[in-house]
Design a protein around this ligand. Structure first.
Ligand code: ARG
Length: 492
């Protein structure tokens, strides 16, 4: 007999059951739904709504649910499958009480949050691992000069360390965002029941604590209808994937013969089925593509909740697999990015020889402006004229400066400017250029060292936050299982 439809409805059309059910996507919810049922049953027994022996029978049945619980699609979803299992095991008198005082609506919102909080911590840990690799690489390559780009054109000299640390800063901000959103994910909807709670004296705080939540989603209508916790998580993941795709894109560009700045290890590359000379940075390409999937998940989720009336609507069921997809793609991308980066080789000679002296032009212009009392815009024009001369004649920029600065400044600035060879070199030789930078966060080795130090500190702070949250969840789980064991063993 169908435990839900009973005498109200005849059986569903098989295609309707398949179309509206969520069994295919519910596997991640099995473990949390079991725990929620346990906490809820403990509460019902504690508050005198279920006989101790019935509660014990239900808990025993819940404990017997295997990790790889096989679900029947005709039972719509994980919730009904678990309830049917308990009724079957514990008998109708005991098992029939399992859903007293709760609904699938509060239960599913709670279960999704429980999976999401675990995934957030796992992803945060993977982000930290990539940060660790980027910081190590930043340290190792702190002094390797290379061209910095704007518009993908050589712009100013930077160092490889500085560049990699820029990617790390974006990543660490995303880790922080994710941990901030954890707070809003880790709130408990249980007790809302369908939407308007129940007439029993239920103890929402007890269930909330037993399940390791930090707070309640208090308003019972909000508790079952809101999915902003999932959308916020997907937003942060979409941002993180956007940033990761930028790094992936650079790895792809840098692996090309035109750049030859870097080479990924064979383990993270593939070759062609026809062109045996090829080495393709396929892992980076897939990370770039997975960012698109993460955006798609977020867009699907936002579109799905847009203009939905309160409170629960079955549309919400379709949002859950988008969240899993976004978490799984982000996690896999991070794990592979960390491994690929850790085994990549950078080409010092190529990086250094790609920085021509002309990329010091901006600094030459500001030097002339300040030292020689010429407005910056005029100095910019003088240096621009020299850059054009260098481009047209193919003669190295620093040589052109040495030869033609006097003439160009006289003509354009109406003031004759000359610089010593030492002054020119200090500005235009890339390694001395970066050494001259004193501003906070600039590519000078001193600033890079300072940043490395600060980022390492921040990283260990974040690591300890993740560890604390993990251990709070583990502690809650231990006390839940302890309480279950006590009641079941007749010890209470
Ligand atoms: N399978 C549903 C989901 O994932 C559970 C809640 C169903 N609620 C309902 N009233 N039909 O959202």
């Amino acid at each position: 007999m169908d435990i839900l439809r009973g005498e109200r409805l005849s059986g569903p059309a098989p295609e309707s059951a398949e179309f509206t059910g969520s069994v295919a996507d519910d596997a991640p919810l099995i473990a949390p739904v079991v725990k929620i049922n346990m906490a809820h049953m403990l509460m019902l027994e504690k508050n005198g709504y279920v006989k101790t022996s019935d509660a014990a029978a239900c808990l025993k049945a819940l404990k017997a649910i295997p990790k790889k619980f096989k679900m029947d699609a005709n039972l719509e979803d994980v919730h009904m499958n678990i309830e049917a299992f308990v009724i079957d095991r514990a008998g109708g008198d005991a098992g029939g009480q399992l859903n007293l005082g709760k609904s699938r609506n509060d239960q599913v919102a709670t279960a999704i949050r429980m999976v999401a909080r675990d995934k957030i911590l796992e992803i945060a840990k993977a982000m930290e691992e990539v940060s660790r690799v980027l910081i190590t690489l930043g340290k190792k390559h702190a002094n390797w000069v290379m061209p910095g780009y704007t518009h993908l054109q050589h712009a100013q000299p930077v160092t490889l360390g500085h560049h990699l640390l820029a990617h790390n800063d974006a990543l660490q901000r995303n880790t922080k965002r994710l941990l901030q959103c954890y707070e809003r994910v880790n709130a408990c909807p249980m007790g809302a029941a369908a939407l308007g709670s129940v007439v029993l004296t239920i103890d929402r705080d007890y269930v909330c604590n037993m399940l390791g939540f930090e707070s309640l989603v208090e308003n019972t209508i909000d508790a079952v209808s809101s999915r902003d916790f999932a959308l916020e998580t997907m937003s942060v993941l979409a941002l993180a994937m956007a940033d990761l795709s930028k790094l992936a894109e650079e790895i792809i560009l840098w692996s090309s013969s035109e750049f030859s700045f870097a080479e990924v290890a064979d383990e993270y590359a593939s070759t062609s089925s026809i062109m045996p000379q090829k080495k393709n940075p396929v892992v980076a390409e897939m990370i770039r593509s997975r960012a698109a999937m993460a955006f798609g998940d977020l867009m699907a989720g936002l579109s799905l909740v847009k203009a939905l009336p309160l409170s629960y609507n079955l549309d919400l069921q379709d949002l859950t697999p988008r969240l899993w997809d976004s978490c799984n793609n982000t996690l896999a991308s991070l794990e592979l990015m960390g491994k690929m980066l850790a085994t990549m080789k950078f080409n010092k000679e190529r990086l250094e020889s790609s920085v021509e002296t002309a990329v010091g032009a901006a600094d030459l212009a500001s030097y002339i402006a300040v030292k020689k009392g010429i407005p910056f815009r005029t100095a910019h024009r003088v240096v621009g004229a020299l850059a054009k001369k260098s481009a047209d004649s193919k003669e190295e920029f620093s040589k052109i400066v040495a030869k033609h600065l006097r003439e160009a400044s006289k003509r354009i600035a109406k003031k004759e400017v000359s610089l010593t060879k030492e002054e020119i070199n200090a500005l235009l030789i890339p390694s001395s250029n970066v050494n001259r930078k004193v501003a906070k966060g600039s590519p000078s080795p001193r600033e890079i060292q300072k940043m490395i130090h600060a980022r390492q500190e921040e990283l260990s702070e974040m690591t300890s936050i993740v560890a604390k949250k993990k251990s709070a969840l583990a502690k809650a789980e231990t006390s839940l299982m302890l309480a279950v064991g006590k009641l079941e063993g007749g010890e209470k």
